[in-house]
Design a protein around this ligand. Structure first.
Ligand code: NAD
Length: 428
């Protein structure tokens, strides 16, 4: 095991440096894009249900807004670090540029464990986060969204607080709102479905049919569940999923050789995406260690949990049969592991292309909120399919033309667009 602690921001910078070199960017553009433009760090004192106070750390980091208002989720996580949020904000800039939507990149977070907070404590936390950054976010500045362990309810509390502070209705301030309260139909499915739109296109390139493939998935939250749903609809079979068990403080994998039953597993899963182990065992699932998802004899791996899951230490455990990896999560593959995947010729759909369905649908939600006119679900999902498919084709064409990996090609497209926007504005 490597003793060096993993730093996602250093990883994001390494990835950027490589592309800056490929594109031959000038020094000022590199200096501008290598770090976030603005960072907000704040303390959030919260009155707990027992009457006492607890102080939480919160962040909002705006990496770049040359192409439009910042966009990016807010995560609640006990191990959240400022460097994770920095990296995620940078990846948001590339993701929005890669799918060619007129938005920049931001990210936010609160260091907390929502499992141990009541709903009223979570509401106070959401409202306090908004109060801390209310002047620096908004529909034309920076638009938050849900992410790990935050959901539509959290977004609505945040919107309500923002509207109280600014004295008006600003549904375009935040996305991922509940349907009927400014949310878009299709947003819940968007990220997971988007992952599968890209898998479908990649399989065409690999000359394979979804119905002949099997997949293993890390995670069983929002992204994973909807990716599994659509992947099964196009004929694929999922033989393994994994999730975090808060009580045991470790991850577990759930195996079913003839394919998991999504509906049955959903029934025994809590709102944080943790599957009840005992009930799963009763349903005939083999329970294995958390990393077992990576070692399955499958065609496709879908990491859809957290960053840093395919590393230099475990990449060699990936089965010889695996031909495709679709990164549902942000930053699941370290550069060291990525190198091995390229050597092994495993087609990897990089995170900011594979999971861009979420932000693309968020953009569609913003558009609907701003014009106060809402589309049917089919209309939203078909627009999403068109946008994801065009982005996939553009990246794949660039990869072939410039003899680059899909990740490098996606970076080349995204970074070139952002660099050009900075140049056109006269920033560098
Ligand atoms: P979620 O909170 O709904 O689910 C996370 C899942 O990962 C849960 O099932 C949890 O048990 C599992 N998990 C956590 N640690 C694990 C571990 N060590 N091993 C195995 N499983 C583990 O989160 P989500 O919204 O599904 O997001 C998952 C990933 O996708 C994150 O990287 C997030 O940043 C990224 N993402 C999410 C969206 C979105 O729209 N939700 C969009 C783009 C990217």
């Amino acid at each position: 095991m490597s003793s060096k602690p993993f730093n996602p921001f250093q990883m994001a910078q390494q990835q950027f440096d490589k592309v800056a070199e490929i594109l031959g960017l000038d020094q000022a553009t590199r200096d501008l894009l290598r770090v976030p433009m603005r960072e907000y760090h704040f303390s959030l004192p919260i009155r707990m249900d027992d009457g006492g106070f607890k102080v939480f750390r919160g962040f909002r980091i705006q990496h770049n807004d040359a192409r439009g208002p910042g966009k990016g989720g807010i995560r609640f996580h006990p191990q959240e670090t400022v460097d994770t949020v920095r990296a995620l904000s940078m990846w948001m800039t590339w993701k929005c540029a890669c799918v060619n939507i007129p938005l920049g990149g931001s990210k936010g977070g609160i260091v907390c464990s929502p499992h141990s907070l009541s709903m009223t404590e979570q509401e106070r936390l959401c409202r306090a986060w908004v109060r801390a950054v209310a002047r620096d976010v908004g529909p034309v500045l920076d638009v938050p969204a849900p992410d790990v362990m935050t959901n539509a309810q959290h977004m609505l509390w945040m919107l309500d607080e923002f509207e109280h502070i600014h004295g008006g209705k600003y549904p375009g301030f935040i996305t991922g709102k509940p349907v009927g309260m400014g949310g878009s139909l299709g947003r819940t499915e968007a990220t997971g479905y988007g992952v599968v739109f890209t898998i479908r296109e990649a399989l065409k390139e690999l000359g394979a049919k979804a119905a002949d493939t099997k997949a293993a998935v890390q995670g069983f939250g929002n992204v994973a569940q909807y990716a599994i749903e659509l992947y099964q609809q196009i004929g694929g079979k999922v033989v393994c999923v994994s999730c975090w068990d808060e009580g045991a403080q470790q991850a577990f994998s759930f195996l079913k050789k003839d394919g998991i039953d999504l509906a049955a597993l959903r029934k025994i899963t809590d709102r944080f995406g943790s599957i009840d182990r005992k009930k799963a065992a009763d349903l005939g699932y083999e329970i294995a260690p958390g990393e077992a998802w990576l070692e399955q004899e499958v065609d496709i791996l879908i990491p859809a949990a957290l960053e840093h899951s395919i590393t230099g230490e475990n990449v060699h455990k990936i089965d010889r049969r695996v031909r495709l990896i679709a990164e549902g999560a942000n930053g699941p593959t370290t550069p060291e592991a990525d190198h091995v995947l390229q050597e092994r010729n495993i087609f990897t759909i990089p995170d900011f292309l594979a999971n861009a369905g979420g932000v693309t649908c968020s953009y569609l939600e913003q558009v609907q909120s701003n014009m106060n006119y809402f589309w049917e679900k089919d209309e939203v999902l078909s627009k999403l399919d068109v946008m994801m498919t065009s982005a996939f084709i553009a990246v794949s064409d660039t990869a072939k033309k410039r003899k680059l990996s899909m990740r490098d090609a996606a970076y080349v497209i995204a970074v070139a667009r952002v660099a050009q926007a900075c140049k056109d504005r006269g920033w560098v």
